[in-house]
Design a protein around this ligand. Structure first.
Ligand code: SAM
Ligand code: SF4
Length: 479
């Protein structure tokens, strides 16, 4: 195993044969040529519509294609691919912030150690249970736990929090899949949290551009080590976590470069472990307490749409996560270009699910979010727009993860598994938690989906399960 020395910090252990596979100059060079002609853009889009992951060079072709006709083609193709690979499902989750102590000093984040304005707090076991109950009472089944980076948030601590969440049940509520967004660990640490039964482990590179990374993450901090962070998900894979999530914080550097970084990273994982990332997140920088960031690289709404559409085409089988950092209008507009997961009913103040009022409190949160609508409101809008909101967790619970998930993510799989499971979890939500308006919209969608299915044993079985759930006789029926 390779060790890297970090000045006054402890030695950090990398994965086997870890290398820095991001070559800034090569990526910059791919973005330099003149815009491609229409034929080249069509050829790349055709590969993507055949559900081939794009190479970094092909992705750069789409990034350079910025004339209105090419951009319209890219949007259309992304819409089509999303429908074909994911159907009309949108998976819902909520973040649960556990603690905001942090030894790092990331310029953009309110939790940075130099910020004296922020109120520091870490939830204890009882407080975690209260937050989880409040989330279950709203209908959530999937959460992501979020941590600052601090010695007190060790792998054992995170594993304990995971167990606390899974064992907290309220009414018909339970958390069936728990993902993690926390600082990188060594292989042994990742193994511990894996054993606790986590779903996806997310670590965002923030920026793939080395010089920019150095400017935003001071060298005398743990996060200041670019390679240790870049290598994190390889260590997670070595520890047996085969659902990993990549991300970039858009607004720190040129968004087109960052997309090439994400695609390079995704392909690296695919080549090394036979499985690409499960998800990619693309947060845009938000205002935060004690934070002032230069605006040079802020991403406009138009470019935000482009980046989502191009990501959709570049990595057809990777889930794309859109968070409540964005406001309701932006979320509604960009959803169709390839998003497969969103959070809803989100509060990111520590303890916010039981303690927060209607307004956000900047001193208690990592950044300001743009969408604080309730889960029920978001569900209703999705239903009215023709989406199928899903709380499905079947694949993960049946071991259909990592490489196996890739095998399953093929045409036919959605019809056999994802749509039926989306519908049963929606019926659970409607029966146990929905407002009358959302219930009505949900029933209409369920009827439409059933009507669109071919007659046969599968449809009869699904209809029967939906009936049993609606009568509150049974729960958690999945295919
Ligand atoms: N502390 C861990 C880490 O840095 O990996 C956990 C993640 S942090 C709590 C979650 C993510 O929030 C960061 O990776 C970063 O991308 C994002 N973030 C931080 N400050 C932000 C801001 N001002 N606006 C939007 N997203 C921000
Ligand atoms: Fe700490 Fe993460 Fe915020 Fe950086 S982004 S200051 S590591 S919580």
């Amino acid at each position: 195993m390779t060790k890297v020395t970090t000045g006054t910090l402890p030695q950090l252990t990398l994965s086997r044969n870890a290398v820095d596979f991001i070559h800034d100059r090569d990526l910059e060079d791919l973005l330099k040529p003149r815009p491609p002609d229409a034929g080249r853009v069509h050829a790349v889009i055709d590969r993507s519509l055949a559900k081939e992951a794009l190479t970094v060079e092909e992705t750069a072709v789409l990034l350079r294609a910025d004339d209105p006709e090419s951009v319209a083609l890219i949007f259309d193709a992304a819409r089509r691919l999303k429908r074909e690979v994911y159907g009309n499902r949108i998976v819902l989750f909520a973040p649960l912030y556990i603690g905001n102590d942090c030894v790092n000093d990331c310029v953009y984040c309110a939790f940075k150690r130099s910020n004296r304005e922020v109120v520091r707090r870490t939830l204890d076991e009882e407080e975690i249970r209260r937050q989880v109950q409040a989330l279950e009472d709203k209908g959530h089944k999937r959460l992501i736990l979020v941590f600052g980076e601090h010695p007190r948030y060790s792998a054992e601590h995170i594993a304990r929090c995971v167990r606390t969440v899974y064992t907290t049940r309220h009414g018909n509520g339970e958390i069936r899949r728990l993902n993690i967004n926390a600082a990188p660990m060594d292989v042994e640490g990742f193994r511990r949290v894996h054993e606790a039964g986590i779903g996806t482990y997310q670590v965002f590179q923030e920026t793939y551009h080395h010089e920019t990374y150095g400017r935003y993450h001071p060298a005398n901090t743990r996060k200041g080590n670019y390679l240790y962070r870049l290598d994190a998900l390889s260590r997670a894979q070595e520890a047996g976590i085969d659902d990993v999530g990549l991300g970039v914080l858009f607004g720190l550097y040129d968004w087109r470069f960052e997309i090439l970084g994400l695609v390079t990273h995704a392909r690296h994982l695919q080549q090394r472990f036979g499985v690409g990332p499960h998800t990619i997140s693309f947060p845009r920088l938000r205002p935060a307490s004690g934070v002032a960031v230069e605006q040079k690289y802020f991403v406009s709404d138009h470019d935000f749409k482009r980046l989502i559409a191009i990501l959709r085409l570049a990595v057809p089988y990777t889930g794309l996560i859109l968070t409540a950092r964005e406001n309701a209008d932006v979320r509604r507009t960009v959803m169709e270009f390839g998003v497969s997961q969103i959070d809803a009913g989100t509060r990111i103040e520590i303890g916010g699910y039981t303690e927060a009022g209607d307004a956000q409190c900047m001193e208690r949160e990592q950044f300001q979010i743009g969408d604080i609508r309730s889960l029920d409101e978001v569900m209703r809008e999705l239903l009215v727009d023709g989406y199928l909101p899903s709380f499905c967790t079947a694949c993960y619970r049946l071991g259909r993860t990592g490489e196996h998930f890739m095998e399953f993510a093929i045409p036919g799989f959605i019809k056999r598994f994802c749509t039926p499971n989306g519908l049963t979890t929606l019926m659970e939500y409607l029966t146990d938690y929905a407002s009358p308006e959302t219930k009505a919209a949900g029933r209409r969608l369920i009827e439409q989906e059933l009507a669109a299915m071919p007659e046969g044993a599968a449809k009869a079985e699904l209809a029967d399960r939906l009936r049993r759930i609606e009568q509150n006789a049974e729960h958690d029926l999945y295919f």
